[in-house]
Design a protein around this ligand. Sequence first.
Ligand SMILES: *Cc1c(COP(=O)(O)O)cnc(C)c1O
Length: 378
Amino acid sequence: MQTIPIRYQVSKPILAGKEREYVTDVLESGWISSSGIYINRFEQAVSSFLRLQEGIAVCNGTVALHLACLGMGVKPGMDVVVPSLTYVATANAVAYCGGRPVFADCDLLTWNVTRESIEAAWTQRTVGVLLVHLYGLASPALEIHALCAERGAWLIEDCAESFGAQIEGRAAGSFGDTSTFSFYGNKIVSTGEGGMVFVRDPVRRELVRQLKGQGMDLNRRYWHPMVGYNYRMSNLTAAIGLGQVEMAGYHLAERRRIASRYIKNLGVLEREGLVRLPVEPPGYLNVYWLFCLVLQSSEPRSRERIQEALLGSHGIETRPFFVPMHRLPMYDYGQHLSHSEFLGDRGLSLPTYSGLPDDAVDEISEIAVAVIRREVKR
Ligand SMILES: *Cc1c(COP(=O)(O)O)cnc(C)c1O
């Protein structure tokens, strides 16, 4: 029960760059729909920041995933390997195309899928892998890409939570055949609602562009040779996005500052065996989209009590991990994935947003240490 106002939200967008100036420019120009110069400027700014080719701006991260699956040709009768521990949009994109998501378990330390867990989920009908870089840490995309190449399957990367994450200096999103981003209000770069798709193959890329714009032939007005969609981003949204991506370096540095302070402050809980903190394997750059910890409790109810105490007595908002997909009614085909279930029951996100001051991180940490020591008994 909440008795005091929220003092620290889990997340909030920080519009600290030229967002206002660009939005005003759009309003004054009258180009508020999906034509206008900011779409292209935003696409180019994101593409060049990530060193990826020809991003296609769309209206949210979910439709970006839908287009990615359509672009790779997902159809009824096909299976696609998807992590169980993810946001529901990842699995739904496969289902929108009539495909069946088959779920892979995750690693207990990275919270991401592995080559081995994907192999374990492979079926006769598997045509591709849709991997997710969860909570700011890239999945082992090099190994997974190699597995897909060996088996003649394609790879899509859902980078919604990992804008700017890297493996060996390469951006998350540069490993697969297609990759997608989300710019929802709580993402590292945010436009309120928004997304982007990157498609490596030029023919598939043109198909994705066409599907985004009502299926209209890109060279012949009102000629729609296929059923397409209106998945366009507005120029207004792109103006916010340009202001955001110009500040991406700042937002990424802020995430890392906050995370390293949490890690230092909460290390004591890890040494006592009460929690596990996020990892950053050698060669990986973790961008800590949300700073999370995993309670090492045998009693799942303890998470709820911790959340209640932090919010009710201290105004600190937290968020549980996702419910694993194989536990949702439409995706429950009797799979058992013990790591995803363990993490889904025990993971917790703490306030993480640009500008959260050091002393706030210290205060949140101090309270969290006291509450977790009280509630988690091994
Ligand atoms: C946020 C998110 C998405 C897409 O979200 P939208 O709200 O549609 O932009 C997709 N996958 C993951 C893993 C996400 O976290």
